[in-house]
Ligand binder design. Structure first.
Ligand code: C2O
Ligand code: CU
Ligand code: CU
Length: 436
């Protein structure tokens, strides 16, 4: 139920209750878009006018659809200030500008309910495709959408515990496109394009394809200028990366996790070394020879300099209060208030944002409505410039680290910025910029 016709893309999404079968003989109540989780893969083209009918069929809960990373007008971006009541409908409409191709995603953003609606199953991929793609079509475009899941004995998802709220909820099973550890068969010499999405609430994914050569070709906001060869990638919650992987030896290749210490509070630190997320069986039979990857993928203009410099400091507070364990997550000492504007910015003006993590955990920083360029990070007084230019909407700020980025909001309206560990966002680590 989606189609582009003469530059007009139409689709409809209904959020509501559904059932999944993760365990033989047990039903798991989930939330789903159009009955499926992850939600339908949306594919539109640069230049399209997009219209999406949204029907909130979640009993008793407001919801919204937020177009994570996409350059949409503020009043179409599913902000918590624009809820769609239970049983209500609305249309989200926006234009996809030139040069906006990229791996985006969509998820709800209602006040105080985002974390739960997402872990219960509401999230999906929104690919914006270019009119002409420099990546050879022979590399077949493959989405890997990571979510995670915790199930109780009865098959239902238990409520979040204190440890979940503190660290963000990390599930016991990682799913890829809704499945546990899927497999793929390819011919010898295959080159494949993978688009990886970390749609978990709070899990950091440090990933490697073993001895298959991995090349990064894109980030949150689309292609890089040139391919970059890597051994591994770290995907913080909400980040995306695009890879080309070459399968040059027959046998089994696994996409697996490596351990990453993101600063864990309390018991139950997940042990993520050696989880297999995807198995690729490479046959002895050679694949059709594929053209090489072009050395130039795209141009990204430098964001230039900025007259405005802002500083955002992330802190946490944990302690025993009158009612037991209390915790708070703050940006510049304030917890989120929907009725407060934290920053006023001018549309079209480049700003330098400095995100300082003075907390004991990593916090992935995200801002709505635009893509930014990271210029450098600083740790223990040592400044490291970004290795290459890339469009990002989410960047991990490790504990003790400062990340500097150049950002420009083109369109007026209210925009959220927050930690994308969704439990932290919910507990206050979010602010509002009013772009005028
Ligand atoms: Cu994925 Cu406020 O966003
Ligand atoms: Cu967002
Ligand atoms: Cu956080």
């Amino acid at each position: 139920n989606q189609a582009t016709e003469a530059g007009r893309f139409r689709a409809s999404l209904t959020a509501g209750l559904a059932k999944a079968n993760f365990v033989e003989g047990l039903d798991t109540p989930i939330l789903a878009y159009n009955g499926t989780s992850p939600g339908p893969l949306i594919e539109a083209f640069e230049g399209d006018r997009v219209e999406i009918d949204f029907d909130n069929a979640i009993p008793g809960e407001e919801s919204t659809i937020h177009w994570h990373g996409m350059p949409v007008p503020a009043d179409q971006d599913g902000n918590p200030m624009d809820p769609v009541a239970a049983g209500a409908k609305r249309v989200y409409a926006f234009d996809l500008p030139a040069d906006s191709a990229g791996p985006y995603w969509y998820h709800p953003h209602p006040h105080g309910k985002t974390a739960e609606q997402v872990y219960r199953g509401l999230a999906g991929v929104f690919l914006v495709k270019p009119k002409t793609d420099p990546v050879p079509a022979a590399y077949s475009d493959t989405v890997l959408f990571f979510t995670d899941l915790r199930l109780g004995e009865d098959g239902a998802m238990p409520e979040s515990s204190m440890v979940d709220l503190m660290n963000g909820r990390v599930g016991d099973h990682v799913l890829v496109n809704g499945q546990k550890s899927p497999t793929l068969a390819v011919g010898l010499g295959t080159k494949r394009r993978f688009r990886l999405f970390n749609a978990t609430n709070a899990r950091f994914l440090r990933l490697s394809f073993g001895n298959a050569a991995m090349t990064v070709i894109g980030s949150d906001g689309g292609l890089l200028e040139a391919p970059v060869t890597v051994d591994e990638v770290l995907l913080a919650p909400a980040e995306r990366v695009e890879l080309v992987v070459a399968f040059d030896k027959p046998g089994v290749v696994q996409l697996a996790t490596l351990d990453y210490d993101r600063g864990w509070m309390g018991p139950g630190r997940p042990d993520d070394a050696g989880l297999t997320l995807l198995t690729v069986n490479v046959s002895e039979t050679p694949a059709e020879p594929a053209p090489p990857l072009p050395q130039k993928l795209r141009s990204i203009a430098a964001r230039g300099t900025s007259a405005v410099r802002r500083r955002f400091v992330f802190t946490e507070k944990m302690g025993m209060g009158a009612g037991g364990m209390e915790m708070g997550f703050f940006i510049n000492d304030a917890a989120f208030d929907m009725n407060r504007v934290d920053v006023v910015a001018k549309a079209g003006e480049t700003e330098l944002w400095e995100i300082v993590n003075k907390a004991d955990m990593d916090h992935p920083f995200h801002v709505h409505g635009t893509q930014f360029q990271v210029i450098e990070n600083e740790r223990d007084g040592k400044v490291t410039p970004a290795p290459h230019r890339a469009w990002k909407d989410t960047v991990n700020v490790a504990r003790g680290e400062t990340v500097r980025l150049l950002l420009k909001q083109e369109r007026p309206g209210l925009r959220m910025y927050h930690c994308h560990i969704l439990e932290h966002e919910q507990l206050g680590m979010m602010g509002v910029v009013d772009v005028r």
